[in-house]
Design a protein around this ligand. Structure first.
Ligand SMILES: NC(=O)C1=CN([C@@H]2O[C@H](COP(=O)(O)OP(=O)(O)OC[C@H]3O[C@@H](n4cnc5c(N)ncnc54)[C@H](O)[C@@H]3O)[C@@H](O)[C@H]2O)C=CC1
Ligand SMILES: O=C(O)[C@@H]1CCC=N1
Length: 258
């Protein structure tokens, strides 16, 4: 399957790396000339182009839009005249609706996704909204690509924003916590690299346990807090400093609440 990624920034690069890992796809990309992207194209051996006309000449089966949200509709409009109707468009631009894209891409199959950066290691969380009139064949093609990048959660478009905040922004919130924990570990005498390794391993294991067991996070927390032990003292400090509300409010704000 031939896939063209448009916009090779943080998200576009992560998608390309994830697709490249599965070695099942022929990858190309379009991005304004840039040494970082040219180097990545060499490293991962994908074809780099600069214009929508060149994209059209590659005849991709799928075009993934990972351009900055404010320019995405304009890029889609340029593509509309260049590509044929067989190419499926997958937009990862947060906040750009199916309707906005359909207006400039008439007669094209368009799916909206919100991926996250762990797609780079094929451990992504990908919210997917499909149009109601999509064919079974197009759905299969889209799922073949997205399933290779991680867990795909299909849902109505009006739920894509909140999935985008939890799945898409969530890694940054977890990274902030991991950074703070690493600093604390360094303060208490651990060297930085060991601190990063311990913190990442702990988050990976905690996520895997929650994912595999499907238990509520509160239950898993209770299993760690031994009576009169050390963890409950730390949990008390988190409550005292409003950690739980800080997380809830981070989600509120990222989801557009004033
Ligand atoms: N970074 C993330 O974790 C996530 C990002 N997204 C979406 O992905 C999109 C890109 O976000 P980031 O990668 O974070 O931004 P970024 O700024 O890292 O990357 C954007 C890339 O698009 C390129 N670009 C700009 N105008 C272009 C054009 N006309 N044609 C082709 N390429 C063009 C830029 O040179 C840059 O390489 C946004 O729409 C965002 O909402 C969605 C979910 C998660
Ligand atoms: O920060 C952003 O706007 C994008 C969307 C989700 C994650 N990153």
């Amino acid at each position: 399957m031939k896939i063209t990624v448009i916009g090779v920034g943080n998200m576009g690069s992560a998608i390309i790396k994830g697709l490249n890992n599965s070695a099942k796809f022929t990858i190309s990309a379009m991005n304004p000339v840039n040494p970082r992207v040219a180097k990545l194209a060499q490293e991962l051996n994908f074809h780099l182009v600069n214009t929508t006309a060149e994209v059209a000449s590659l005849k991709p089966d799928i075009i993934i839009l990972t351009t900055p949200a404010p320019v995405t509709v304009a890029v889609a409009k340029e593509l509309a005249t260049a590509i044929d109707n067989k190419a499926i468009i997958i937009s990862a631009a947060a906040g750009i609706s199916h309707q906005e894209l359909a207006k400039v891409l008439p007669n094209k199959t368009i799916a909206n996704i919100i991926p996250n950066t762990p797609v780079e290691v094929n451990a992504g969380t990908i919210g997917l909204a499909l149009p109601t009139d999509i064919t079974a064949e197009a759905t299969t093609t889209i799922l073949t690509v997205l399933n290779s990048l991680g867990d795909v959660i299909e849902l109505p478009e009006d739920k894509l924003d909140i999935i985008g905040v939890i799945g898409g922004c969530g890694p940054a919130f977890v990274d902030v916590m991991m950074d703070a924990m690493s600093d604390a570990a360094v303060k208490h005498g651990l060297d930085r690299q060991t601190a990063y390794q311990v913190v990442a391993s702990m988050v990976k294991g905690t996520g895997t346990l929650a994912y595999d067991s499907k238990l509520a996070p509160a239950l898993l927390r209770d299993q760690v807090t031994s009576p009169g032990g050390t963890t409950i003292k730390g949990v008390e400090a988190l409550e005292k400093h409003g950690f739980r509300y800080a997380i809830i409010d981070a989600v509120n704000k990222a989801n557009g609440e004033q």
